[in-house]
Every structure is written in structure tokens, then in C-alpha cells.
Design a protein around this ligand. Structure first.
Ligand code: KG4
Ligand code: ZN
Length: 357
């Protein structure tokens, strides 16, 4: 199929935003969200996400179920993104897709779909590193017209799969400073929630419970590794022991203690994350700090970061919820930046379950 240049000219002539030129379709399928977004001349016209409820009963993401759900969702999600953005397939100039890291079967659905579409439309395909894209979510154009953040800044990416401190020197130069050696922050929340009998994903439930909890009732030990790396396995073990000791008094006692236990878990994770942020800010000398990833919606983390920002005079970059969790807008922006720099892939683009940061 050849591109309908007349139709594309109509879109690009609108000259809407100052950012990335052209029509970029972003596709995300690395874990349990199937997402598509459309950027038209640096304006986000659509950001569609289909979640997968099917995992809730299993206490975590089941890879095979995730792949099947992505297969079901991908065409309707891309179709909806195109309809919402008023863009036809022939208008698309480039396709950005998550190449990894993530679940191999889930990544295969997105990359195979994107490759077929790129071949049919004869447009470039750009493979995007999902973890880097979380840091680049700060560059997704906002509906309120607010400007992209000035660089450099430090970004803490905290999600179900990653806990990473990144020096964002510019939108094209990201340097990882430290990461988790075991569980990611989101996993620590989710596994802690599972110990309390809560469904997956437990992070938001812990957050809601913690709000009603007494912070002084239980205190979990803080694990502090030297340098900027993090570890949550000690927190998990200590929490398991604490929950077991409360459970000895019966299930009713556990239910009564849920808010206090949630508050203890949240305080320990937030404290460990924010201590590393302080060290990284001192080391880099940056005055701006951002949060990204699903855990960056945590109210305890946001509150502590706001306190630190006002105490230390930092500018704090926070994202709206739709850009914190997995989304395709960040993939479209990350891919668009690579495309602009001439870094495109071939139709042999292969998914990568792991990508060292
Ligand atoms: O970024 P995301 O949508 O997916 C990954 O790339 O993993 O993050 C999902 C993670 C889950 O672990 C979920 O429990 C956690 O983010 N999460 C939260 C909150 N909202 C989502 N954790 C703590 N507090 C929240 N409010
Ligand atoms: Zn993610």
C-alpha cells in the first residue's frame, strides 16, 4: 500500500505543536496493558489503554493469558486510537513499538503487529526500550499546553517491573545510575498485598489502606545498600514475618490490623526510594527530579517527594495517572525522538525480554 500523501499533507499542514513533526503511531504490549497512541505534529491526539482483569484472581500477571489478551485487544485498541485522533492508516508516517524489556509472548504480539503494519504502509518502524520510555513520559505533550521539562533532571522510574534512577541529561541521553538488585518497588507492594490476602495489583490497595493506618504501630527495617542500588527482598521477608505474627491472633485480628500493616509496608518502601533520590540528587547536582511508572502514583511517595522538594528547593516533575502506568504515548514520544535522530529499525525488529540499562 502506498501512502496517501494528500491526506498526510492535510494533517501536517496544521502545524499544531512545537514538538515532533509528522504522524506517529505508538504501540505498547510489554506486560498486561495493550495500548496505542497517536501523536500528530507533537500533539497527543489519542492515548488508548486496554487493561487485563484476567490476572486479578492469579495474584500476578500470567504470561500466557497476557499474550492471548493482547491478541484480542490489539486491533480494537489501534483502531480506537486512529478513530479518536481523526487519523487514517494512510496518514501514519512512522510506527513506534515497545521492543522490550517485558514478557516475550506479550512483546511478540505488539512487535509482529507493528512490523506487519509498517510493511503494509511502507513506513519506518522504531523499536523502543520500555524502561527508557517511562523516563521520557515527561516529554509527552500535555493537553494544557505546558512545556516539556528543562533538562537535565533525575528520574525515579518505579513500576511493577523496574526501580531505576536515571540521569536524564537530555531527551536523547539517559544514563542509569542505580536500580533494584531483586524485586521492583511495584513487586514489593504487590507481594506484600498478596501476603495480606489482597488481589493483584495490590499497590493501589496498599496505598488506600495505608491512608487510614497508624505509621507508628509497626516499623519495618530499612535496607540500605551502599551506592544507588536498591533491594526490597529484606523488606519482603520482614513483612512476611510481621504478617505471620499478627495472623497468630486470628484472621479477624489481621483484618483489623490491615491499615497499620499497609502503612508500615508503604513507609518502608517510600523511605528506601526517597533516600536514594536524595543521594542521587546530591551526586548529580541536579535541581529537578521526576517520578514515573505505576508506583509513582503512590500517595505516600508523592507526599514525601513534595516535602523533600520544598525543603531542598527542587522542581518536582509529576505525571498524570495515564502517563504513570504503562501507556503508548510515552512509546510514541520515545520512538519519535529516535526517528528524528535517524535511528530506525528494519522489518526484522525482534522483541527482547531483557535489555540491560
Ligand atoms: O508502570 P506500571 O503500570 O507497569 C509496569 O511497567 O510494571 O506499574 C504497575 C505497578 C504495579 O506493581 C502496581 O501495584 C503499582 O504499579 N501501583 C502502585 C500504585 N498504583 C499502581 N503501587 C503503589 N501505590 C499506588 N498507588
Ligand atoms: Zn512499565
Amino acid at each position: 500500500m502506498t501512502k496517501n500523501r494528500a491526506s498526510m499533507a492535510k494533517l501536517t499542514d496544521r502545524n499544531e505543536g512545537d514538538g515532533l513533526r509528522g504522524v506517529i503511531l505508538g504501540i505498547e504490549s510489554s506486560c498486561d496493558d495493550t495500548a496505542a497512541a497517536v501523536l500528530v505534529n507533537g500533539v497527543l491526539r489519542a492515548n488508548v489503554i486496554a487493561g487485563q482483569e484476567v490476572h486479578a484472581a492469579w495474584g500476578g500477571v500470567v504470561p500466557e493469558l497476557a499474550s492471548r489478551a493482547h491478541q484480542e485487544h490489539i486491533i480494537p485498541v489501534v483502531d480506537q486510537a486512529l478513530r479518536e485522533s481523526g487519523v487514517s492508516m494512510e496518514d501514519i508516517d512512522a510506527i513506534a513499538v515497545t521492543k522490550g524489556p517485558g514478557l516475550m509472548g506479550a512483546l511478540l504480539v505488539g512487535t509482529c503487529f507493528a512490523r506487519s503494519m509498517a510493511q503494509a504502509l511502507d513506513v519506518p518502524i522504531i523499536g523502543v526500550d520500555h524502561v527508557k520510555a517511562h523516563s521520557l513520559a515527561h516529554f509527552v505533550p500535555r493537553a494544557d499546553g505546558s512545556k516539556a521539562p528543562a533538562t537535565p533532571f533525575l528520574n525515579l522510574t518505579v513500576s511493577g517491573g523496574h526501580s531505576l534512577l536515571v540521569d536524564v541529561r537530555s531527551s536523547s541521553e539517559l544514563v542509569a545510575l542505580g536500580s533494584t538488585l531483586d524485586d521492583a518497588a511495584g513487586e514489593a507492594f504487590d507481594k506484600g498485598a498478596k501476603l495480606l490476602g489482597l488481589p493483584y495489583p495490590g499497590g493501589p490497595l496498599i496505598d488506600a489502606l495505608a491512608e487510614k493506618g497508624d505509621l507508628d504501630k509497626y516499623v519495618l527495617p530499612r535496607v540500605s545498600l551502599p551506592g544507588l542500588d536498591l533491594s526490597f527482598s529484606g523488606t519482603k521477608t520482614a513483612f512476611r514475618e510481621l504478617v505471620a505474627s499478627v495472623r497468630q491472633h486470628g484472621e479477624d485480628a489481621l483484618v483489623e490490623e490491615l491499615p497499620h500493616l499497609a502503612a508500615a509496608l508503604q513507609a518502608s518502601i517510600v523511605d528506601q526510594l526517597t533516600r536514594k533520590v536524595v543521594t542521587a540528587m546530591e551526586r548529580t547536582g541536579h535541581s529537578r527530579v521526576g517520578l514515573a511508572g505505576g508506583v509513582s502514583m503512590n500517595s505516600g511517595l508523592r507526599e514525601r517527594m513534595m516535602e523533600l522538594a520544598s525543603e531542598k528547593g527542587w522542581e518536582l516533575l509529576l505525571l498524570p495517572p495515564a502517563l504513570c502506568t504503562d501507556n503508548a504515548a510515552m512509546i510514541a514520544v520515545a520512538g519519535g525522538l529516535l526517528w528524528q535522530a535517524g535511528k530506525v529499525d528494519g522489518l526484522d525488529l525482534a522483541p527482547q525480554a531483557r535489555i540491560p540499562q
